[in-house]
Design a binder for this molecule. Sequence first.
Ligand SMILES: CCCCCCC/C=C/C(=O)SCCNC(=O)CCNC(=O)[C@H](O)C(C)(C)COP(=O)(O)OP(=O)(O)OC[C@H]1O[C@@H](n2cnc3c(N)ncnc32)[C@H](O)[C@@H]1OP(=O)(O)O
Length: 701
Amino acid sequence: CTRYVLVKNTSVRQGIVDAVQRALKDPKVTSVVICGQNGKFCGGADIREFAGPMSGPPLVPMIHAIEAVDKPVAAAIEGVALGGGLELALGCHYRIAHSKAVLGLPEVTLGLLPGAGGSQRLPRLIGLTAALDLITTGRHVSAAEALKLGILDQVTDNNAVDLAVEFVRSVAGQPLDSRRLSTLPCPCPPDVDSLLDKVMSKVRQRSRGALAPVACVQALRAAASLPYAQGMEKERELMATLFNSGQARALQYAFFSQRVVGKWSLPSGASWDNSTARTISKAAVIGLGTMGRGIVVALALTGISVVAVETQEKQLAEASRVVPAMLQREAGRRRLATPPGVISFSSNLQDVSEVELVIEAVFEDMSLKLQVFKHLASVCRPGTLLCSNTSGLDIDQLAAVTQSPGLVVGMHFFAPAHVMKLLEVVYGPRSSPEAVATAMQLGKRMGKVGVAVGNCPGFVGNRMLKPYLEQANFLLEEGATPQQVDEALEEFGFPMGVFRMSDLSGLDVGWRIRKEAGLTGPGVESTRTRQGRRYSPLPDQMCEAGRLGQKTGKGWYQYDGPGGRVARSDPWVDIFLETYRAEHGLVARSITPEEILERCLYALINEGFNILQDAVAAGPEDIDAIYVFGYGWPRHRGGPMFHAGQVGLGRILERLNHHHSHPDVPHLKPSTLLRRLVAAGSPPVQKWREFINKERVHSQL
Ligand SMILES: CCCCCCC/C=C/C(=O)SCCNC(=O)CCNC(=O)[C@H](O)C(C)(C)COP(=O)(O)OP(=O)(O)OC[C@H]1O[C@@H](n2cnc3c(N)ncnc32)[C@H](O)[C@@H]1OP(=O)(O)O
């Protein structure tokens, strides 16, 4: 990393060891201040170095040696003190920070724990309860919060290094024993065991199957119950287990994927570093349903003035009441004092004439969207960027009805739009680099992880979801229950299985799309083959029976009335499935969780390979970021494409071939790209981009 001082970087550690030794030996030095370069204290270990063997002075003894020094040592924290950076500061006797500094122990988000004494020193400094919160969530805290928690001794709006120098001079000669955290007892509440048990069950529930949060609680239990040296031994053991786990590799990959997708590039050669984004200060949102309202809030939170338009009076009145409250709540959650943006509500499309960018968020219906785009093209001043919040419709068709198709892109938000991190920025064949750059930059301002994707039905996320859903329905036909399928997926780490999710989002969403595609509806014959492919009419029949999910109180599960949230299995569904199988001459068989995972996940992964092959996504990181941030793919499994690499591409190919050859499980024909990767010796995921580009040059894809 060029911008942050990283302690695992060998030369930095060696530099600190040498300087401290010089200071110790020099009788003229009475006190020491450790600071970073260029206003940044330390971002922690260099994550890239985790892949190789560690060289140079180890961190743990280095921090211990600093703590043992008999001259006062202060950390002057500017910018960030994260991970190993904060652990270094905890080894110092005093911590002085600038008011804008950010502190934290985010190791858990990288599949690790604070393994340079942080898990043992922090609870001794701020108490077990607060340390459990910071270490198991990895959340960053402001200097003000850190001061309140007791992590910092002083905070300044002026120069933190100057203050630290003045401070350590003032305490030179004073006893340091009480400042050496490793020597202190850990302040614990009286019911320490019950607290630890409670936190353990919370982290297990929150991050199903993730190892690091569990190890963090174990390390903190050691801090609470053991002397420091034994606690350190436990920290070392736990760290060694985590360090070599696939989960740490997956989470570190996810950290870099999130940054890789920001450096977008299009097949045309346009990219983040050769395209100029416009800065937007006034925008409009058309359509104030659930999505539109969330988008208005997300925009307003960035300080952009928003014209919120809804032509239906009732919906407009409701939105005018609900949106300000949503904005207030979200601003509070993000600890923003007052919502900065200004929102004006209108029922007149004419009122968007002065804005720089419009996001259309009307109902997902092409003819309606075309009508809105035509209208916008006539109302907006020339040069206005027109974006559609569509989840899979053709962006180019929308662009075609405007005078400037280059200024049209898709901005696919995920519900709730002011909360969910993912934003697919969809470029059509005519979208200009400027339009893509502006949408990506706007996404970043809204705190989203923006991923630039090509224009095809469903884009990346929903295109991959289709074969996944299809296989889940086929499994019901073959003998599985919705609970069995959901349990296998939830055990894998999804927060919700496919049927529970479908009940939450409403079964009618997919029903409408299938009707538009002519797959179901009046006049369509009720067979298990439609448009030449195996088709399961099960979800259509559920909708026909009025079971639309949570909103009707009944779907794949039953709920306590419409809008109910707690899913309970429903004997009606079992009878429905049995009757269906009998009608179609299907004999239920027993289906294992392994088969469920293979059929659902490998189908989704296979579509991911097709997407890479078609250049709809620039690289596997794009797909993985989409799935982690928008579709609940467990982050500790990196993303579907990373997971494929972990399982082994050869194995995925073999299982897809196996299911594909089964007479009743078509659709799983392995993608050409997957075959070619396997033939090339299954290179690691980080090499796929290069491989694909080479194959494309040689016309092998
Ligand atoms: C017995 C063994 C003992 C070993 C114990 C080791 C214990 C220590 C463990 C750790 O310290 S783990 C690392 C903890 N630190 C972090 O998790 C910080 C991660 N970084 C961030 O949160 C952010 O990057 C930031 C520092 C808050 C800055 O955010 P900003 O938005 O300003 O910039 P970014 O785009 O995120 O980053 C810029 C650039 O820097 C790269 N980078 C950032 N942090 C690291 C890192 N820790 N390691 C490697 N590289 C890092 C990032 O990827 C960007 O690179 P480019 O994309 O520009 O190439």
